[in-house]
Design a binder for this molecule. Sequence first.
Ligand code: URA
Length: 239
Amino acid sequence: MIRLDKYIADAAGLTRSEAGKAIRSGAVAVDGTVLRKPERKIDEAAAAVSLNGMPCVWRRFRYYLLDKPAGLITASRDRTRETVLDLFPPEIRKTDIAPVGRLDKDTSGLLLLTNDGEFAHRVISPKYEVPKVYRAAVEHPLEPEDPERFRSGLVLADGTACLPAELEILDACECLVTVREGKYHQVRRMLASVGKPVLTLRRLSVGPLRVEPGPGAGRWRELTEEELCMMFKLLGMEK
Ligand code: URA
């Protein structure tokens, strides 16, 4: 059971006080009856709720996939700089979604956002071994020994040891890198440690989720039921 104002706020992307106003004004009906008390408790799983005559469905968690363009910072808010949340409309920005892990300002590609803390934790944690694939353009030609260096676990300039990763050479100065952990600037630092500073970096996939190869278009969407099922299975979570 949850309070009606919380239900409306979560479902419609309103603040609690906006939801309270809507309820008191008679805009909200539950199972066909107008309710005017924001504090009323309803069964969120069973109640049929409408706001201004339109069905209004409560979901505890939301999951979004964003194709992040380079140039934005991965944060929920920043006083001066544009963040990935600025690409979303106000009703979504007002909810408590946050980026899952971090892409550098200059990195483009697949970024998940959710208010499901356990899901976010499992996507990031090396324990769940979720593969993240990056496409990198590097300054100097890749060498035939580079894939083996990545496979055997690199040690970064500051002594940080990385888990075994994969490097696939696509072209003289282009490669795919697959990692299952998320250390600070990890892919850039891994490539720098074998003498190949990164020019551009784009995350193409997280587990079964993908974005198109082109530049990050700033487009976002909710994960589909099918994608969510695949992710929950991969993360060993109940849906
Ligand atoms: N590794 C990096 O170096 N940067 C990113 O944004 C993501 C992974």
